[in-house]
Design a protein around this ligand. Structure first.
Ligand SMILES: Cc1ncc(COP(=O)(O)O)c(C=O)c1O
Length: 345
């Protein structure tokens, strides 16, 4: 069965153009620095984000972990949102593999960390304290609704970080969605950051891969850490070729996904039994709950939706996240709205 798959933008299959480019890609051994397609991808990524250098990594999780391992030593502390992917969904890698301690701060509903709380959580010099080294932001923040952080807010956090001798890392898995939603250049959104991770394998539709960007010095260190983590890849130009299409083409069409997410949310607001979050969507994610009077739970609705040909992601017993992407067209949006109507009947 050909499902309409709204579980995530990670489900995107490569486009026909990507498959062609992958078949024809020039390759070499990337651990030797010999893969011309990877080298081009890294150069394009660095240029687009306005940083000196970039590194191709297998996943967003490895990109974030690599950045944390470059910035921090064992016993250091990282200020991070309590609703962030790094804190919640990366298997505790910073603690397990880096000996790094998280200092989780409450994410505000707009995805930000309050500036006064960041300031208050920076450790003072004291023999009892860990050393605060890094602040992490997530843009867009996934769990807070796919909400984009502004360049002004990021600038304030960057200034606060650098005034206090800290680094700023952005988990920008969906940074191009943020740029598209706010109609600002991606360079401007990440300008204050010392390092940024972003994913090719989500809304940008590449099958695999994320990029880490920063100064030349940072990337040289990151290349070493990537090797240590087992992320040094060989003839990986076959994958980087798809990533180049992600950057050159797919970044330009994300507002289509945002418009379809809005259409989906508007349609679902008319379905009895569903309560779409007030401001949803900000980008490509629609968050909604089952209304109080609905007796079935989200798992049961998920199964009914599957029987109707639509895959959705239950966040908990009452809540869903639906994500639009390249493979969701207008007709998929219509079919999803009518499937929810049927599932709730
Ligand atoms: C905000 C955010 N950061 C990082 C990641 C990790 O990416 P990966 O699944 O490629 O490890 C994800 C994955 O969904 C994410 O949503």
């Amino acid at each position: 069965m050909n499902y309409i798959d709204l579980r995530s933008d990670t489900v995107t299959r490569p486009t026909p153009e990507m498959r062609e480019a992958m078949a024809e890609a020039e390759v070499g051994d990337d651990v030797y620095g010999d893969d011309p397609t990877v080298n081009r991808l890294e150069a394009v990524a660095a240029e687009m984000l306005g940083k000196e250098a970039a590194l191709f990594v297998p996943s967003g999780t490895m990109g974030n972990l690599t950045a944390l391992l470059v910035h921090c030593q064992r016993g250091h502390e990282v200020i991070v949102g309590n609703q962030s992917h790094i804190y919640l969904n990366e298997a505790g890698g910073m603690a397990a593999l880096g000996g790094i301690q998280a200092c989780p701060l409450q994410n505000q509903s707009d995805g930000t960390l309050a500036l006064d709380e960041i300031l208050a959580s920076i450790r003072t010099e004291d023999v009892h304290h860990p050393v605060t080294r890094l602040i992490c932001l997530e843009n867009t923040n996934n769990i807070c609704g796919g909400v984009p952080l502004t360049s002004e807010y990021t600038r304030q956090v960057g200034e606060l970080a650098h005034r206090n001798d800290l680094f700023l890392h952005i988990d920008g898995a969906r940074i191009f969605n943020s740029a598209a939603a706010q109609n600002v250049p991606v360079k401007e959104l990440v300008e204050p950051a010392d390092s940024v991770m972003f994913c090719l394998s989500k809304g940008l539709a590449a099958p695999i891969g994320s990029m880490l960007v920063g100064t030349q010095k940072f990337i040289t260190r990151a290349r070493h850490i990537r090797k240590m983590l087992g992320g040094g890849m060989r003839q990986v130009g076959v994958v980087a070729a798809a990533g180049l299409i992600s950057l050159e083409r797919m970044t330009k069409r994300l507002s289509e996904d945002h418009a379809r997410a809005k259409k989906l949310a508007d349609g679902l607001r008319q379905v009895e039994g569903l309560a779409v979050d007030t401001n949803s969507p900000y980008t490509n994610m629609v968050y909604l709950n089952l209304s109080k009077d609905v007796s079935v739970n989200a798992q049961q609705i998920t199964q009914k939706m599957k029987d109707l040909g639509v895959l959705v992601d239950p966040e908990n017993a009452r809540r869903f996240r639906l994500v639009t992407h390249y493979w969701i067209d207008d007709s998929a949006v219509e079919k999803t709205i009518s499937a929810f109507q049927k599932a709730l009947n």
